[in-house]
Design a protein around this ligand. Structure first.
Ligand code: SF4
Length: 92
């Protein structure tokens, strides 16, 4: 089974208006931020048309990779979702 097929079995409960991951405002992204557009396994990070990194954490798997990569740079704010929200693994 491919990774994409396994990920399809996950479910997410979105905490609308309260994202648990935020990118701090910036004009030019740091190398760490740019790396997130390539390494996030859920594809939550992307460049906008201004060349800034944005995050859409609705599909976040809470792996913590971005948190570790940006631990020294402070480029993001990362918290676990509130209880009852976030990822639910292995449906099916
Ligand atoms: Fe992506 Fe993992 Fe960070 Fe969630 S915790 S946004 S899945 S790198």
């Amino acid at each position: 089974m491919k990774v994409e097929e396994k990920l399809y079995h996950n479910r997410f409960v979105v905490d609308a208006g309260r994202p648990h991951v935020k990118v701090k405002p910036h004009d030019m992204p740091s190398e760490a931020l740019l790396a997130l557009t390539r390494i996030c396994p859920a594809g939550c990070y992307a460049l906008n048309d201004k060349g800034q990194v944005e995050v859409t954490p609705d599909g976040c798997m809470e792996c913590g990779t971005c948190r570790i990569v940006c631990a020294d740079t402070g480029d993001i704010e990362w918290n676990y979702p509130r209880g009852g929200f976030g990822i639910l693994f292995k449906f099916g």
